[in-house]
Each structure stands twice: as C-alpha cells, then as structure tokens.
Design a protein around this ligand. Structure first.
Ligand SMILES: Cc1ncc(COP(=O)(O)O)c(C=O)c1O
Length: 396
C-alpha cells in the first residue's frame, strides 16, 4: 500500500514508544519507575465529573456546535478575563479536541506549502510533524546553549520572507522554563516588526511555582491582539487529558477558519467532555491549586536529589512537571549501548527499570526528559537507580 509521502516521513512519537516499553516491563511484574508520563497523575476535578454525568442524564449527547458549546466558550473567555485581564468575545473562542488538534488546525489555516514556522528548540516534537503535514517547513532556533531562553538575534537570523509564524511554549515542555516578561516582550516586538503570527501554546500556564508567575504575551504586548492565538486546555491544568478538550482564543477570522476545518474533520469536540470542562473551569480552581502545590513539592524533591549526582546538569525548572537533564557527559560514541540519548534511555530501562524520554524526541539530542508526575516514592527510587546507572557508566 502506498502511504502518502507527507505521512510516511512522519517519525513515531518517542515519548509513546518509551512509555510503551516501560509498560511492557511493568506487565511482566517488574518494578519499573516511569519518568515518561506527559500528564498529571491526579484525578479530574469532581465538578468536571458532576457536569459530565449531568450532561449524559440531560441528553446533551447530540452533535455540539462545531465551534464549541457557548457555555464553554464563555467559560474560557471568562477565565482569560479573570486570570490575564484579556477580553474575548464568544466569536473569538473555539473549542477543539485537545490543544494538539487546535494547533494542527491553526497551522492548517496559517501556512501554505513551503511556508516556514519558527520553533524554539528543545521543543515538543508534534510541532514539527504537524507543520510537515501541511508541507510547511519547521525552522529550528536552538536555545539549548542560551539557558533555554530564546536569543533574538538567532530568531532574526532564522527568519526569511517565507516565515509565517512562530510557536512559543511557556511554561515549556520539555525544559520546565517559564519565559520572563522581557523575553515575551522582545519576541512580541520582533513578531510585530516582521509580521510573524504567534501561536502561543500555554497549556502548562497554571503549573508555575512559587518563585515566579507565568507572564502572558498579550498582556505584555497588547498591540499584538490580531497576531496571537492563545492555545490552552483542561488537560494539564485540571488533570483532564483523557477528556480531550482544548480551547483557543484569537482573531475572529482565524477562529472561524479553525472552526470551518473542524466542521469537516471532527464536527466539534465531545459534548460530554465540553460540559465536563465547563465544570472544571467554573468549579475546579481549588483542585488545580492543590495539584500545583503537589507538583511544586515533587519538583523541589527531584531537583534536590538530582543535584547530588555528579556530572548531571540541568536548569532548575519553575513550571510544568519536567526536568531536562544534560547527559552528554555519560555518552560514549564507541559503545553502542551508550552511543546517544536514545541508546542511553533504552539501556537505563533495560538495566535499571527506569523510563525517561530521550532529548532527541524534543529536537535536542544528548539530553533526557524526566517527568516527575509520579509518587514521591517513585521519584526517590527512580533517581537512586539513575544515580547508580550513571556512576557505573562513569566508572566504565
Ligand atoms: C507543549 C504541549 N502542547 C500541547 C499539548 C497537547 O495537549 P492536549 O492534551 O490539550 O492536546 C501537550 C501535551 O503533551 C504539550 O506538551
């Protein structure tokens, strides 16, 4: 069978691959510590559950409006008003099947074949694949040697007349870095001057720890209102990954175009899940805060434990639930099982039953992503085994 070139050139998700390998070992009865998870290990808020049950009982089980039920669009707009002081009308909000699908649809609306999209790497790999699916060109701007802070000169140098958009993601997956107001203002200024559209992926925006807040690009640069799509959702903030609800707020023309795509592709997101999300946004704030506090304690724990391991370098994350660790000092080009970050992760899983995601899955070879969305006991045990592993590697 001939699969189209644009699909055939897609690479499989390394995160899913490592998670599947870890699960396979667990099924064999081994005590595997999986640091691969990309989702909160908390329950969805009870308000979300209540709304979902009620929606089923009330027969809200038919096709919803393609753009999203008005109640959820209103709740999302109200959330942005309350949290960021930004006001959006309901025709400027669209609900989709996760933030992922909304970013995909937005790219479909923004780029023609050959158009370029700037990506600040390390980055979530789906951006690259999604751009490729529209025959666009992902252009990587490296931040790994600038403390994961985008360098404006590099962005400017990567820009060409074909540059249509830039994707920003703060708090960041995989680094946990939260951009400062100054960084956002600088990116905004450049985007304005060069007419580059900004896809602002802020799905981790609620998971920011005590030493900082999560600045918002439009709050910093209000004159960019026609040039920014804010993408958010309930997956990470409310531990609702399985409900598959995201929402986006931006210029009405783009919102309509995204909705038009949905009209032909999904017919809108699940009505039950949309009602559950209304419940989360209107009644789940306490659950969200409880989760944030829980993640902060785990972040503190894992950072303390990792800091004690000789040769392990990382930037202290202040958002999301990941630590991105530099393992280049432990790689051995002449030893196949340690030749690169992928081999390193496979060997670590094989020898110590600890799962991590290789940095190359985030366009950043030589690193690993550790998700601390697991119990404190697992964090202690997993880091202990990781320390043993790198110590054995160092001793050769
Ligand atoms: C940076 C980033 N953006 C978007 C998403 C997608 O979220 P959703 O579950 O809403 O599709 C993820 C999920 O892992 C993510 O890490």
């Amino acid at each position: 069978m001939k699969i189209s070139n644009r699909v055939a050139r897609m690479s499989p998700s390394a995160t899913a691959e490592m998670a599947a390998k870890a699960l396979e070992k667990k099924k064999r009865g081994l005590h595997v510590v999986s640091f691969t998870t990309g989702e909160p290990d908390y329950d969805s808020p009870s308000s979300a559950q209540d709304y979902a049950f009620r929606a089923i009982k009330d027969g809200k089980t038919h096709y919803p409006p393609t753009q999203g039920i008005p109640e959820l669009r209103r709740a999302a707009a109200e959330y942005y008003r309350e949290h960021f002081g930004l006001s959006y009308e309901s025709n400027e909000v669209v609900v989709g099947t996760g933030a992922k699908q909304l970013i995909y649809s937005a790219l479909g609306c923004l780029i023609d074949p050959g158009d370029e999209v700037l990506i600040l790497s390390p980055a979530w790999v789906s951006y690259v694949e999604q751009i490729g699916l529209f025959d666009g060109v992902p252009v990587k701007v490296d931040t790994s040697d600038t403390d994961y802070i985008p360098d404006l000169v590099r962005i400017e140098n990567a820009r060409t007349p074909r540059t249509r958009a830039i994707i920003i993601n703060s708090p960041n997956n995989p680094t946990g870095v939260v951009y400062t107001s100054e960084t956002l203002r600088a990116i905004g200024k450049l985007a304005k001057a060069r007419n580059i559209f900004i896809i602002n992926d802020e799905v981790y925006e609620r998971l920011v720890y005590s030493e900082g807040t999560s600045p918002q690009i439009l709050k910093e640069c209000p004159d960019l209102r026609d040039q920014v799509l804010n993408v958010n959702g309930v997956s990470k903030s409310f531990a609702m990954t399985g409900w598959r609800i995201g929402y986006a707020l931006g210029p009405a023309e783009l919102i309509k175009a995204i909705s038009d795509i949905q009209g032909h592709v999904t017919s809108g997101a699940s009505s039950i899940s949309q009602w559950a999300s209304v419940g989360a946004l209107t009644g789940g704030q306490e659950d969200c805060e409880k989760m944030r506090v829980g993640f902060e304690a785990r972040r503190n724990l894992i950072v303390d434990l990792l800091s004690e391991i000789p040769g392990v370098g990382f930037r202290r994350p202040n958002g999301a639930f990941y630590v991105f660790v530099d393992i280049r000092g432990f790689l051995r080009p002449n030893v196949p099982s340690l030749a690169d970050d992928v081999a390193f992760c496979l060997e670590l899983l094989d020898k110590k039953n600890v799962g991590m995601v290789p940095g190359s899955a985030f366009l950043c070879p030589g690193y690993v992503r550790i998700s601390y969305s697991c119990s404190e006991a697992d964090i202690r045990e997993g880091v202990k085994r990781f320390a043993e592993f790198v110590s054995e590697v160092t001793k050769g």
